[in-house]
Structure formats: C-alpha cells, structure tokens
Design a protein. Structure first.
Length: 401
C-alpha cells in the first residue's frame, strides 16, 4: 500500500521495500463460499437480486429471548472485556444444556466461550498440538479446518469418504491412515458440512474408542446439533471424556453475526487455552455472551425455524432430481444439499460463476470441500427462506440445459 505524505508536513513520501510480502503461512486456499458471497454482493451492488444458497447462514434473526437480553444489556450502558474463558452465567447455562439435552454431566469449569466455533478451532489447534502434528479430516469437509491447520503449521490429512461408508468418516478409515503414518488428531463432524451425513451411534462410539486407545486427540465439531431430520445427534462426550467438543450459536440458534460459540475441554487443556485466549482475543464480545444465555429458552421458536429447513429440504430433494441432478447425498442433518453436477459440467468453479452471473443463484463449488472430486460437485445451502428456495429452483429451471 502506498502511503500518502501527511498533509502539510515536509516529511516526504515513505519508502516501500519491494521485498516485503505476505508470509508463506498465509498462502492458504481461498474459502470459496466466502468468495462467492463477495461476488454476489458485487452483483447486488449493481442492482441485481441474488438467491443466496452459498453460505450456511440462517435466514432468520436471533430468537426473541436473545434479542430481549441484548436490548437490556445495551440499556445497561457499559460493555467491557470479560474473563477470557467467558462469562460464568453463559458457561453455567451451557453446562446445564448438556445435562438437559444429552444427559451428560459437564462441569462449568470445562466450558469455554469462543468467537464462534472458528475461534474454538484456532485455540484448539494451537493449544492441543505442536507444529507438524498430523490431523485427519474427512474429504469432502469444511474448508476452514484445513486452512486454519495449514496456517498454524499443522498438517491436515485428508481421508477420502464416499458411498462405500455412506459418506461418513469411520473408525476403520481412521485406523487405516493411522497405520500408514501415525496421526496426532482427528476432527469429526456429525452432521457434517457439506455432506449433511451423520455417523450412527456405533460409528461414533468406535471412533471415540479408537482415539482413546491409540492416543489420538479427538475433536468433535457439533455445530449442526439440533439440525437433524431423523434421530437427534449424540455428543462424543458420551463416549470419550478427553474429546474436545466445539459448538456454536451460529446455526441452530440463528446467531451467525453474533460470533459466539463454545467448547467443552478436557480439564488439562482449560488453563492452556485460557492463556492463549487472553492474549489472542482477550475476550468474546460481552454483548453476544450476555445475550446468548437466552438462546436456550427459545426451543419453540427455533424448532419452527428448523421446520422451515425441513420443508426446504423436502422441496429441493423433490425438485433437484427433476432438473437433472442425478446424485444427491443423503441429508441427515445440517442445511446443505451436496449434489453431483457431472451431468452438466466437469468444472464446478466455472459452473458456480456462470450460475451466479447468468441465473442469479449463488452456490458453492465442491472444490471448496474436496480438492480432488469437488470439481464434479456443488453445495447448495437451504438455510434461507422457503420463498428463496422456490425462486432458486425457478431460476435454475430456466438456466440449466
Ligand atoms: C462444520 C462447520 N464448522 C464450523 C463453522 C464455523 O461457524 P462459526 O464460526 O460461525 O461458529 C461452520 C460454518 O459454516 C461449519 O459449517
């Protein structure tokens, strides 16, 4: 960036060194869903209307008890730093949530509040692993896992999943990779993004047992809990006390923009992660933390939002095959359709860009989630309104060959 000389000064123009560039650790892949969102915003700025199916962002606002608390907090007047580990009332409420929703006992002392689950990944990867550690991930999988690991000098190890294991990362696949070269960690998500698939209770138990017996650190991303269309999701805490559970208010609780999430940590990681958080972030915004306490008193409202997703899911699973999508993964949970676009293209990046420009429908190329097979897949988020989904399908009808 060129700096303009300070007006009225005689200091001249600062010199810029040509050799100063970004670090090699910053050379992570772009998060394509976010790039599509930016491209859509550029078109919207030109007056176009875009159907948003690119990011997993609920179309509904935060529930009323959260908004009520937020208004009260603002009326109170003062917002400040909080303890880095998070405010006690929210940590206590989360602890109670585990006993109410899952029947597991989670002491408040092991609950830490984070800036969304994203903050939780950063703290966990830094606080639980040393540079070079090998962490297994399902591919296709959420791209930020891989990007954060790479930026922090850890090694993401992609394990390809497919129809053979119903698109679920299994203990067998993890054990096979561990035999090939020892793993330090495994990150699982059920329901998963982008596949929408869930591990069965047995599959989850087997992964927990394998990690416990092999000394592999297990991280369970439970951000899509609450958003399941059959059986509810089970927490890995049931089977493994050493697991790091990462969760968030972003998805089921409709609070993406509040940037607040949480972790349940093994006791011996609490203080190390707290120390890191003190220096990295100081604290999660107090407004979001105090308001989030209300999220657990909004089951009726949030279940109505979820019923809207279930309607979208049914609608898309009915309509998309009629448009020629001949391979759609099971959608056990979350709010994504991961579909093959092989009948239309072998280049999902180009497909996504043309679909946005020409049809005004934003969706994410599979390459975001799977560097190999992703050119044949696209992810469509159905977290928006029913009306948006209908408009999306109408537009695709007019655009697809
Ligand atoms: C699987 C998964 N984990 C984590 C996140 C990050 O969410 P947040 O930082 O808003 O909690 C996302 C967002 O889409 C996700 O899909």
């Amino acid at each position: 960036m060129t700096k303009a000389p300070v007006a009225g000064s005689n200091l001249g123009t600062p010199t810029i060194s040509a050799s100063l560039g970004p670090s090699s650790r910053s050379a992570v892949e772009p998060f394509l869903a976010m790039d599509v969102m930016s491209a859509a915003a550029r078109l919207e700025a030109q007056g176009r209307t875009i159907v948003h199916m690119e990011v997993g962002q609920p179309g509904s606002p935060a529930p009323e008890p959260v908004l009520r608390l937020a208004r009260q907090v603002l009326e109170d007047g003062r917002l400040g730093y909080t303890e880095a580990i998070g405010i006690r009332p929210l940590r206590e409420r989360i602890s109670r949530h585990y006993s109410e929703a899952y029947g597991v006992d989670v002491p408040t002392e092991r609950v830490m509040i984070t800036t969304g689950s994203s903050g939780g990944f950063n703290l966990t990867f830094l606080g639980a692993f040393d540079p070079g550690a090998r962490i297994a991930l399902a591919s296709p999988g959420y791209p930020a896992y891989r990007n954060i690991l790479s930026a922090l000098g850890l090694q993401p190890v992609d394990i390809a999943i497919g129809p053979q294991s119903d698109w679920v990362l299994t203990a067998d696949l993890i054990a096979e990779e561990h035999r090939r070269q020892a793993l330090d960690g495994v990150l699982i998500a059920s329901p998963a993004n982008p596949t929408g698939t869930m591990a069965s209770l047995d599959q989850l138990r087997q992964i927990c047992e394998l990690c416990a017996s092999s000394g592999i650190r297990l991280i369970s991303d439970e951000i899509y809990h609450g958003l399941t269309y059959g059986k509810p999701a089970e927490t890995a805490l049931h089977f493994n006390d050493d697991v790091i559970v990462i969760n968030s208010f972003s998805k089921y609780y409709c609070m993406t923009g509040w940037r607040v999430g949480w972790m349940v940590l093994p006791a011996n990681l609490v203080r190390p992660l707290e120390r890191l958080a003190q220096s990295l972030f100081i604290s999660v915004p107090e407004l979001s933390q105090r308001a989030a306490v209300g999220a657990f008193d909004a089951a009726g409202e949030l279940d109505a939002v979820k019923a809207g997703y279930a309607e979208n899911r049914k609608f898309l699973l009915d309509q998309m095959p009629r448009l020629g999508f001949d391979e759609i993964l099971p959608v056990d949970g979350a709010f994504y359709i991961y579909a093959s676009v092989a009948p239309f293209t072998g280049d999902s990046l180009d497909f996504a860009s043309r679909m946005l420009e020409e049809a005004g429908v934003a969706a994410t190329p599979g390459l975001d989630f799977d560097r190999q097979r992703g050119r044949n897949y696209m992810r469509f988020s159905f977290a928006g309104t029913n009306e948006a989904m209908r408009m999306g399908i109408e537009r695709l009808k007019g655009w697809l060959p």
